[in-house]
Design a binder for this molecule. Sequence first.
Ligand code: P5A
Length: 434
Amino acid sequence: MRRSSFFLPTLRENPTEAQIVSHTLMLRAGMIRQSSAGIYSWLPMGHRVLKKIEQIVREEQDRAGAQELLMPTIQPGELWRESGRYDDYGKEMLRIVDRHDRELLYGPTNEEMITEIFRGSVRSYKDLPLNLYHIQWKFRDEIRPRFGVMRGREFLMKDAYSFDLDKDGARKSYLDMFVAYLRTFARMGVRAVPVRADSGAIGGDMSHEFHILADTGESEVYYDAAFDGYSLEQMANADLALVEELEGLYAAADEKHDPDNCPVESDQLQHRKGIEVGQIFYFGTYYSDPLAATVANQDGESVPVEMGSYGIGVSRLVGGLIEVSHDDKGIIWPDPVAPFNVALINIRPADDKCAAAADDLYIQLQNAGLDVLYDDREERPGVKFAEADLIGLPWQIIIGPRGVENGVVEVKRRATGETEELTPDAALNKVSAT
Ligand code: P5A
């Protein structure tokens, strides 16, 4: 993509409405535009990151055996009356009345709807286990939407729902998702700590939240320092054995932590702020009972299906990743979620030789399968460098007249600031290797 034609409305100044760094940087880097409180448009730069995150989530859900579908954002109120949640959900649910005076709502989550789909088509234990997920916008009329996309009213969630014949099967489905979550977050280049949690409005008796550790997090978590000993690579390759190991370590959300009965020595206990990027629930027959979602078991008896649900805050993750990966100049995207791999900066576009060299490398980088943002604008070099640091692409390749004379370009790694002069071919190899 040529920068001269890319829609990237960056801001020079820090916007006054932003209280935390990720919100400031997302606005300044032209990623999002607020539409109303807690509701955002995703501009091309932000949209690219959202899609990258979505894709990693999708790959790990698919790997775990979940199947993707797509349910609507608008749901019938009737279904929520059946489960008993229509009144219980309170003011967080956006209720809508259609022209026939029918009650509709903008879905805050989809337990009821998936249970309805299930009961309409599955009759036998032979069709189990089953796990269905979608990546769809949700609406929760939060009292205090804040911190940009971190606590929005409209937000993108991956939500999966598992169906099993019995508790053992349901536990296996739960642990499979646990594995998928460890892998998913680690693949994005961040550590997420799984902690025992309350199940809140979703219901049920087993739940874990996954937290990215950051001072701006809205939650508090307690965990055994042994967690810090696990590498990202171990997490990215997690399996059931690793989950079992981690489950043996103490880690709890604030509401689950009892200082008087904590099994971890105080010098070993970590107390940190966390951003909740995912939560998983086992709730058995909490929905299948009232909604009469049953299957015939091996003896031909009709039994309510055992369920769990599994959420990831896809849009929240965009902000969460920036919270843990930035410096005073701007964002530092981890490679796997970066909107482009490379910022190719021509500091003298008016110079024919520079333009020819930059055009040529632009084509070669793209041929190597890399996403490139090619700054071909007539702007001062300082403006281009500042923007490249702000938007945080992992690599910068700088082309100027002196280098072109000597047959070299400058390659800079955004995360470390390290630079080196390389031939265009060597530069291509270097950035392709990540
Ligand atoms: C699990 C999937 C559920 O809703 N039902 C379906 C269950 N869980 S949850 O914990 O309430 O939400 C899942 C994840 O969504 C993100 N999230 C939000 N992101 C941005 N703004 C919000 N207002 C918001 N609310 C929830 C969180 O990452 C949460 O873990």
